[in-house]
Design a protein around this ligand. Structure first.
Ligand code: ATP
Ligand code: MG
Length: 392
């Protein structure tokens, strides 16, 4: 029955000069999102609106699911497209639409006609009245309410005629590509994919870095991170993922520093390396999945120590979230199942039994002096030998 979708988007950020940027990015992201759906789609921007037209057969549910992953979409209206065969035919089709959509016929409605084709013999006021009358006659049970109708039936007269009344909520946010890019520290855990999703939702393109520690972390653990990047990419679009071999650095820290400080020191080097990649890729910030107090390395003192090495802003969208709230989003965006696969990540192998929970920055810095001899060279090597995977 539906052959097109009207895409509604939020007004925020589309005023003035930004409007075209926003709309172009949204059209581009819709096209990207529909690429994985079977069918032929045409995404068209006309008169301040975006339509998705379908050609031939397509899977309605899959199409709606794909559109629900495109940030910037506030609502998706499935549209019935009719040829203009005169008013009588239109009235019949409108009545049949109402009967199909609302078979219980127990709601209030209002007709909202828009006549873009000025040669149409009835103007919008007349269309509202005539179509409303026809519906009342033929659908006993439906009542008019012009102030707070349950059904808001739009009839747009253009070259063709569009009818719609339902809005499926979109994900909101801003189209990816309208807000620069940031470097996500992506682990195989539950939190970081969610953090990436949340920042992408604000229109930020994602790059990612994963610290791999073979043979302590397996190929499967790495594959899991690639799979997570793929799942996030369904929302964010393609992600360039840098896989850094972190083993030597971890062993070196293990060898030279007090074991209860390992995690903090390791995380400081992760941040430094991530920043190097961010700089190279033109990213303007880092993203992590940290949340205050979740583990020893995420107490206020630990976060302060980790943050101290960063010169770029670090975005921690989960900072005030409880674990359950994070889990709910992970389930919602379909990363949870992959995240809980039991492959070790590099942090679990090198964690101390009793890590410091209130690290003192001066003490940490003093410990790091033990690394002076080789660490710069090791960081340079880690960056140079990183593998880059383009995740689609
Ligand atoms: P997550 O579920 O995202 O792994 P976590 O609760 O396990 O988080 P940590 O292991 O302390 O917490 O990691 C905190 C953050 O540091 C992660 O959210 C992620 O952004 C980053 N991080 C941790 N380990 C890695 C890694 N191996 N590669 C890349 N980033 C990592
Ligand atoms: Mg983790």
């Amino acid at each position: 029955m539906f052959k097109a979708f009207l895409i509604k988007y939020a007004e925020i950020g589309i005023k003035g000069k930004n409007r075209y940027l926003f709309e172009d990015a949204l059209v581009k992201q819709i096209r990207n999102g529909l690429r994985e759906v079977e069918g032929t789609f045409k995404v068209v921007r006309e008169q301040g609106r975006i339509y998705v037209f379908t050609e031939g057969d397509f899977d309605y549910d899959e199409t709606v699911q794909a559109l629900k992953r495109v940030f910037g979409i506030a609502g998706i209206c499935p549209v019935v497209v009719l040829e203009d065969n005169g008013f009588e035919d239109l009235a019949k089709q409108v009545v049949s639409y109402m009967k199909t959509m609302y078979p219980e016929l127990n709601k209030t409605f209002k007709v909202h006609a828009r006549r873009a084709k000025k040669s149409y013999p009835l103007d919008s006021m007349e269309l509202n009245r005539e179509l409303g009358g026809r519906i009342l006659d033929e659908c006993p049970g439906l009542k008019v309410d012009v102030h707070k109708p349950e059904i808001y039936l739009t009839v747009e007269i253009r070259q063709k005629i569009y009818i719609y009344s339902e809005t499926i909520p979109g994900p909101g946010g801003m189209p990816v590509g309208t807000n620069g890019s940031a470097m996500l520290l992506l682990s195989g855990g539950i939190d970081s994919p969610v953090a990436g999703y949340m920042i992408a939702k604000r229109g930020v393109k994602l790059e990612a870095v994963y610290f791999h520690a073979p043979p302590y972390t397996s190929e499967r653990a790495k594959q899991k991170v690639v799979d997570l990047a793929k799942l996030v990419a369904r929302y964010s679009g393609p992600i360039r993922l840098h896989v850094v071999n972190f083993t030597d650095i971890q062993l070196y820290i293990y060898d030279k520093c007090p074991h209860d400080e390992l995690t903090i020191i390791m995380r400081r080097y992760m941040m430094k390396i991530a920043e190097e990649f961010a700089r190279k890729d033109g990213s303007l910030g880092l993203i992590t999945g940290e949340s205050i107090g979740q583990v020893a390395s995420q107490t206020m003192q630990s976060l302060a120590c980790t943050n101290e090495v960063c010169t770029m802003p670090v975005f921690r969208p989960l900072i005030g979230f409880d674990k359950q709230e994070i889990l709910d989003i992970a389930l919602d965006i379909n990363t949870y199942e992959t995240s809980v696969l039991p492959y070790e990540d590099c942090c679990t192998i090198f964690v101390a039994k009793h890590p410091v929970t209130k690290p003192n920055l001066n003490i940490i810095k003093r410990s790091e002096q033990n690394l002076q001899e080789k660490i710069d060279e090791m960081m340079r090597m880690a960056i140079e030998t990183a593998e880059t995977i383009e995740v689609q």
